[in-house]
Design a protein. Structure first.
Lengths: 238, 230
């Protein structure tokens, strides 16, 4: 409560607490509501754009998982010498620190606008995120399991793969979480020209075409809910 | 390179080890001949698991040395022994959620890492693993998930892995704990029976009757030193 009051005081110069502006919200809603509706002629485009978003997300997850599978052992002192692990960990952290949308801007510049840039951005971002989950999962495995594999003679990547099989449930759960996350993020990536449904939303919004915008927003919601549902069912069966 | 198989399979010479300020081993000595089966007994928390881990090269002694198959632990020579020592920890080190066959095939992973990572085992590897499972009486349960097997069956999977590994030394930490008497005897008999395959067996045990029936020698760990029970 104290924090809220302090924040409200601090936000005064930004006009966030300007009563006059808030009073206009009701008027705006009244103007906006009659404009709402669905453009049925755009359903085909919305379906194609949803499909594109889904494919960008899936490419992001599968490519990112593959890179993270290799990167995580290089960031774990259980697998590589501590100095190498430090470099690996810093690399994963650096990738993760840059938001997906900035990666998308970078790839739009490098490979041009479209789903290719979106997929590449999500592959890189997902790899940084999952690498952290994966090296944490490697380190959470009981020391006895690790010791018995080391004594067999396992080292390096094969040791990491054997340890991964101990953490399979945790890993699958995190990959599914990233799929949900990527579907939401892929929607936003379109705002900077990296393909998917967001491209349509930002363009129709710019033209103040609210019915077309709403059509694409509804498809976005349906896609997100569908992926969340599939992910929930898959996670409960792991 | 490992020295030729002369002398003792395992030799501890005046070994000291502490966890922080707690002294666990204070000059432990032991000589285990090739093909012998010895049991280590002692009160809980006395350091039996630690001793086994030192022999496996997992922990490094503060003082003294451990020589296994002619190589002193924590040397290049010892590292070249990879695969010749099998270590079964108390939790067995099995991968839950995977089949008995998968767990046994892990023994082949160090020599065939690409096949292991791709999950593409050759027919010879599979038949060897199935043979190892048959030897421990689990021929019909190769595809069963280990978390759905009984305690005794899980022990058998761990032993089958050591067989496939063609290990020369088996270090087992309380292999029959939490098992009923009949199953415990079956496991002890099976494990000690591996002597016929040239294995040297060192096991931490609690059951005096089983130990005296099946093992060649019993050592007591007390006060940080080992002495042979008579």
């Amino acid at each position: 409560m104290i924090m809220l009051i302090i924040t409200l005081i601090l936000s005064y110069p930004l006009g966030l607490v300007d009563i006059g502006v808030w009073a206009k919200v009701g008027v705006n809603i009244a103007k906006f509501l009659p404009e709402l509706g669905v453009r049925w002629d755009l359903v085909g485009d919305a379906l194609i754009a949803s499909y594109e978003t889904l494919i960008i997300s899936l490419l992001g997850v599968s490519g990112g998982t593959l890179i993270a599978y290799i990167l995580a052992p290089l960031a774990s002192p259980l697998i590589v010498p501590p100095r190498v692990a430090f470099v690996g960990r810093m690399t994963a952290n650096a990738i993760r620190t840059v938001p997906a949308i900035l990666w998308a801007i970078l790839f739009v510049i490098l490979v041009g606008p479209g789903p290719r840039a979106g997929a590449l951005a999500l592959i890189i971002y997902t790899s940084g995120y999952l690498a952290k989950f994966f090296y944490e999962s490697l380190e959470a495995i009981s020391r006895e399991h690790y010791d018995s594999l080391r004594v067999i003679g396992l080292r390096g990547l094969p040791l990491a793969f054997a340890l991964y099989s101990h953490a399979k449930r945790y890993i699958i759960s995190n990959v599914l979480f990233m799929l949900e996350y990527n579907v939401r993020t892929a929607t936003i990536l379109g705002f900077v020209g990296a393909g998917g449904i967001g491209y349509y939303i930002v363009n129709y919004l710019g033209m103040l075409n609210y019915q077309a915008t709403l059509t694409f927003v509804i498809f976005t919601l349906l896609l997100v809910v569908a992926i969340d549902l599939v992910s929930y069912i898959a996670r409960s069966r792991v | 390179m490992p020295e030729p198989s002369v002398g003792h399979a395992v030799e501890l010479n005046d070994v000291f080890f502490s966890y922080g300020s707690t002294r666990i081993l204070s000059g432990a000595n032991l000589k285990v001949g090739y093909g012998e089966a010895i049991a280590i007994m002692g009160r809980s928390g006395v350091g039996k698991t630690t001793l086994l881990k030192i022999m496996a090269g997992i922990l490094k002694p503060e003082k003294g040395y451990v020589r296994v198959l002619g190589c002193i632990t924590h040397t290049g020579c010892f590292n070249s022994l990879r695969g010749r020592i099998a270590y079964i920890p108390q939790n067995l080190g099995l991968v839950e959620g995977e089949s008995a066959l998968y767990n046994v095939l892990l023994a082949k992973a160090p020599s065939k890492p690409l096949r292991f990572m791709a999950g593409l085992w050759g027919s010879d590897d599979l038949s060897e693993a199935l043979e190892a499972l048959k030897m421990v009486g689990l021929g019909g349960k190769a595809r069963s998930r280990v978390d759905r097997l009984s305690g005794g069956e899980r022990q058998r999977v761990a032993i089958a892995r050591a067989i496939l590994q063609r290990a020369e030394i088996l270090l087992a930490d309380e292999p029959v704990s939490n098992l009923d008497l009949d199953t415990a005897e079956d496991i002890a008999k099976l494990m000690v029976g591996l002597k016929s395959k040239g294995l040297t067996i060192i096991a931490v045990m609690h059951d005096k009757w089983l130990t005296s029936k099946y093992f060649d020698k019993i050592y007591l760990l007390d006060g940080g030193i080992l002495r042979e029970a008579v």
